[in-house]
Design a protein around this ligand. Structure first.
Ligand code: GUN
Length: 284
């Protein structure tokens, strides 16, 4: 193996310890930060995600309120719950776990969250703030990827070419904008890209966020490049794996994130960071 590992688990622990210090300072002033996590239905993956988020809050001294509802909950009932949380001064962040049951419009629900409490960074106002460079909550997964780059001395990406694979609203698009804000030259590739390898071979930084195994293989990577793997898939043996052929790419890349233990824990850490930022703003 030639690549060095970017240890998301260790970095996330450090961020969570810092978060705990900030939370304690607010709590001492009678202003404990609070996150509401809303789960509708019984999607098993969502249940795990939500449990991990609530646990991380508890460990950091952030008050968490988990609201679990039956899959039969109506859209109007959910919108009413979000409205109540928007107006609850003990709650600084609201997270509605996606996907929602089919009869509920995800977009409508996300847009009903106050942008001041949109700690997921999914609201159109948060996305727009990122486009124009205004302060706003950054989507947790790409924000975590930027922190990982920062941890290896790549905070400023001037002169670097970053290639993002994937164009989702949650990862690919905000990732490209954050890399751009850090002065990288950015290329966004997707299912319509003619020759993905020709693009990625030019990259100093590659972020793979497609949700498909082996999207990036060793022959597609420039020696020494930084490879960040956002993917979360299962291989044929049921083992967790990313979008990157880790065993092959680690022989070529300069830095690489593992799956698990890479981007995943960073996403939760950034949720805590956003919640604290919201609580600190409210306490001013
Ligand atoms: N579903 C999968 N990941 C996420 C996330 O980061 N936030 C929300 N709200 N739902 C998700």
């Amino acid at each position: 193996m030639t690549a060095q590992l970017i240890d998301g688990l260790a970095l996330s622990k450090q961020l969570r310890t810092e978060a705990a210090t900030r939370a304690a300072a607010l709590t001492a002033k009678g202003k404990q930060p609070g996150l509401a996590v809303v789960l509708v239905g019984d999607n098993p993956a969502s249940q795990v995600y939500v449990r991990n988020k609530v646990k991380a809050c508890e460990e950091a001294g952030i008050h968490s309120r988990l609201e679990k509802y039956d899959a039969a909950m109506t859209e109007a009932e959910l919108l009413a719950r979000v409205d109540a949380l928007n107006n609850d001064p003990t709650i600084h962040g609201i997270l509605v776990q996606l996907p929602l049951p089919k009869h509920i419009d995800d977009h409508k629900v996300i847009e009903s969250i106050s942008p001041a409490k949109d700690v997921d960074g999914f609201h159109v106002a948060s996305a727009g703030a990122l486009v124009v460079g205004e302060p706003g909550f950054k989507a947790c997964t790409p924000y975590g990827c930027m922190k990982m780059l920062e941890s290896i001395g790549m905070k400023d990406l001037k002169g670097k070419h970053a290639v993002v694979i994937g164009r989702s609203n949650i990862v690919g698009k905000p990732m490209a904008l954050m890399l751009l804000a850090a002065n990288a030259t950015v290329t966004v590739c997707h299912s319509g890209t003619a020759d993905l390898g020709a693009m990625t071979r030019q990259a100093d930084v590659i972020v793979a966020a497609v949700g498909k195994r082996n999207v990036l293989t060793a022959g597609m990577v420039k020696p020494g490049a930084v490879v960040i793997d956002v993917g979360m898939n299962r291989n044929d043996e049921g083992k967790l794996c990313g979008d990157v052929d880790f065993d092959g790419v680690k022989e070529v890349a300069g830095w690489i994130t593992p799956v698990p233990g890479g981007v995943g824990p960073m996403t939760i850490a950034m949720l805590l960071v956003n919640t604290l930022e919201s609580a600190e703003r409210a306490a001013k």
